[in-house]
Design a protein around this ligand. Structure first.
Ligand code: SF4
Length: 437
């Protein structure tokens, strides 16, 4: 009698309803914002004062997560209607395939290690014993054994964005998910090792961090006081790269102080006046002297060494992002809510002419003897791949495919990507602003 193929155990019933990702509730101490409230505790309560707004990126992310969920559930033989979305491009299809393949690989590896893994998709995880009222939703939890037979918890999170590189290394979001998962499921396999992976295919980023359960528990103990402080809205504001998605940023006093302090203390002395008395006397002996307190005076004229610029780069990044946030916030107040902004007004920008009725345009042009109204373009590489299937595509067209080096970008040393080989891409020159620009 043929052996029945064993399927991975799933914690979700086969007829589980589709999860509405858009309505994923967020805790005050959400795992996704953990880096922020751990570094700036009052930000947790400050963010409550702002409405939840959605963006095209967020909607695309939600749609991509649904496709990830569908693909993994399909592998697990769990019923779920295939999600539909206008965001489903070939790129999203490939990115979610990479995620699903990664997750399936983990499950298959655990099965090969001799343990029937428990696989949980979109699992609500409660870590409120560490951070008050804390909970989050883990994209994928797999519990089984590693190659050495030790109890293994593997958590995987899909990141759809391609703007910010997300590293799994001691990532507090993943660590909080792991704490929640351990609390609920540790008893199953007596977990010793925790692996936390981030799959961010659109940045070719798959990173994994491994910790022992005792290391994770020690970290959990260490954050309890700051989590309590954050929950109570106490502590001091502390700007850093975690401000990026803080809704309070445009009106954050600490961000403003930091930005202005950099200018005030390091470069400018606004109170000194633009000219000293001697210069004024020399330029115009008859005019009464009045110190110009509006124009900046540079304390130390000269050129700034690169090393000094490098030192202020992280702050400049934050200030630039704060300035963007202030403009976006004030513009939204004025444009979306009609709030008057003193000294400013809302105007219409330039727009392009468009045809209102394409069919009528074509008909009219043809009736009047015009031809060659359409141009033909080659379908994209991914469209070819979709049309032929991966195997046929590689067989027929593989030899004509090349992957040019990506655009060179300067990133902080902490970025986990390998440094680029600059000698291999000499033609990529970064444009420096010049007089001609
Ligand atoms: S923007 Fe302000 S409140 Fe938000 S995390 Fe940064 S410092 Fe804290």
């Amino acid at each position: 009698m043929p052996r029945k193929k064993k399927e991975p155990v799933s914690g979700v019933p086969p007829d589980a309803p589709t999860i509405d990702h858009a309505s994923r509730a967020h805790a005050v101490l959400s795992a996704s914002a953990a880096k922020r409230w751990l570094n700036c505790p009052p930000s947790a309560r400050l963010n409550e004062q702002f409405p939840n707004t959605s963006s095209e990126y967020a909607e695309e992310g939600t749609a991509a997560h649904e496709l990830c969920e569908y693909k993994v559930r399909k592998y697990l033989h769990e019923r779920m209607e295939r999600p539909q979305s206008e965001y489903y491009t070939e790129e999203i299809a490939q990115a979610t395939d990479i995620y699903a393949e990664f997750v399936i690989g983990i499950i298959e590896e655990m099965k090969a290690n001799g343990a029937e893994p428990m696989a949980l998709v979109e699992e609500k995880l409660d870590y409120s014993h560490v951070a008050p009222s804390g909970f989050g939703t883990g994209d994928m939890i797999v519990i089984g054994k590693d190659a050495e037979g030790r109890g293994l918890l593997h958590i995987v999170d899909y990141k759809n964005g391609k703007g910010v590189f997300v590293d799994a290394n001691h990532n507090p979001q993943m660590m909080l998910y792991a704490i929640g998962a351990l609390r609920a499921y540790d008893f199953i396999y007596d977990v010793e090792i925790v692996r936390m992976s981030i799959v961010q295919p659109r940045l070719e980023n798959i990173s994994t961090c491994e910790m022992t359960v005792s290391e994770l528990n020690a970290w959990a103990e260490s954050i309890k006081p700051v989590a309590l402080m954050a929950y109570e809205g106490k502590g001091e504001q502390h700007p850093g790269d975690w401000c990026r998605f803080c809704k309070a940023k445009p009106v954050c006093q600490a961000c403003k102080d930091e930005a202005l302090a950099l200018c005030r203390e390091d470069f400018l002395d606004l109170d000194a006046g633009a000219f000293n008395d001697t210069a004024a006397e020399e330029s115009d002996m008859t005019a009464p002297y009045e110190a110009d307190t509006q124009t900046a005076v540079f304390k130390q004229p000269g050129l700034i060494p690169l090393s000094e610029l490098a030192e202020i780069l992280p702050t400049l990044n934050r200030i630039s992002s704060w300035i963007d946030a202030v403009f976006a916030f004030v513009s939204s107040e004025a444009i979306n809510h009609g709030v008057p902004i003193p000294g400013y007004k809302v105007v219409e920008g330039r727009s392009k002419r468009v045809f209102t009725d394409t069919k009528a345009v074509v008909d009219t042009a043809v009736q009047n003897g015009y031809t060659d109204l359409y141009k033909q373009t080659l379908i994209s590489l991914t469209e070819f791949e979709k049309m032929m299937g991966k195997k046929k595509f590689n067989e027929l067209l593989g030899e004509f495919v090349a992957k040019p080096p990506g655009k060179l970008t300067l990133v902080p040393e902490s970025d986990p990507r390998e440094p680029a080989d600059l000698t291999a891409a000499p033609e990529q020159e970064f444009a420096v602003l010049s007089d001609e620009d």
